[in-house]
Write a protein that binds this ligand. Structure first.
Ligand SMILES: C[S@@+](CC[C@H](N)C(=O)[O-])C[C@H]1O[C@@H](n2cnc3c(N)ncnc32)[C@H](O)[C@@H]1O
Length: 247
């Protein structure tokens, strides 16, 4: 298994921690507003793919304030582990879990998606949300995510996407380059302005380097079968899922 080098991997983790450290308190509310109410639809569509498998143990990677982990707890009987690289996000996650009375079902731990502190095939299912744009080597990270899922277990992902249609791409571009930074500043101040300004160019650059067709193949190469893709909200959101080879 390949692990990222301290220089590249550590740089990416530091960047993610810096970007996300100022966001936790109002993360869920602002993510909802700034995605024009789409984030919760996308999240639900991803969790829809996990529920029918009736998993007993689920790992949620890049769990942040634990919104996905809590939805998994509400819609399955599973024990959930949420893992994230940003301590400030996890503090908010722990508080949200306690507020929801889900401490016995949801545990959140510090760690990174590129090097998971779990044995092979530990989990019946895995979710990861908005992760691959923050790692140095998405293909290696996908292999690492697949490694901890038992054969036949479901893997689900939520990410932003660049609309395919020229028409919607034009509006998406205007929204991400102008309204998102402005809306971020007005609703969340300096930190959310920085995220709003960062996101659009970061999403575009990610897909220039790793187009969706590349990503689908990388899932297969990581040992994930039956890879399915659902583009949502005029092409601005992406839900992907598949099952760990060998089930
Ligand atoms: C946009 S937030 C999403 C939080 C949560 N999944 C949600 O949808 O509400 C992205 C999260 O990814 C985390 N993250 C970034 N790089 C990571 C990595 N390499 N390993 C684990 N978590 C990472 C950040 O700390 C942040 O909490």
């Amino acid at each position: 298994m390949r692990h990222d080098t301290p220089s590249t991997g550590a740089r990416n983790s530091r960047f993610a921690r810096r970007l996300f450290s100022g966001l936790p308190q109002r993360y869920d509310r602002l993510a909802e507003w700034l995605s024009l109410g789409q984030n919760s639809r996308w999240r639900r569509a991803m969790v829809d793919q996990i529920v029918p498998g009736k998993p007993r143990r689920v790992l949620d990677v890049a769990t942040g304030p634990a919104g996905v982990a809590l939805q998994l707890a509400a819609r399955t009987d599973a024990q959930i582990v949420g893992i994230d690289v940003t301590e400030a996000m996890l503090r908010e996650g722990r508080a949200n879990v306690a507020r929801a009375g889900a401490d016995k079902r949801v545990q959140v731990v510090l760690g990174k998606g590129e090097q998971l502190p779990f044995a092979d095939a530990t989990f019946d299912a895995l979710t990861f949300t908005y992760l691959l744009r923050y790692v140095e080597d998405p293909a290696a990270t996908l292999r690492e995510l697949a490694r901890v899922v038992r054969p036949g277990g479901t893997i689900g992902n939520l990410e932003f996407l660049v609309p395919e249609s020229r028409f919607w791409r034009f509006w998406w571009w205007g929204y991400t380059r102008l309204l998102l930074p402005l809306g971020g500043a007005l609703t969340g101040g300096r930190e959310w302005f920085a995220v709003g300004r960062f996101l659009g160019p970061n999403i575009s650059a990610h897909y220039r380097r790793y187009p969706l067709s590349w990503t689908v193949q990388a899932w297969r190469d990581a040992g994930i079968d039956d890879v399915a893709v659902r583009s949502m909200s005029l092409g601005g959101g992406l839900v992907m899922w598949g099952s760990r080879t060998g089930g």
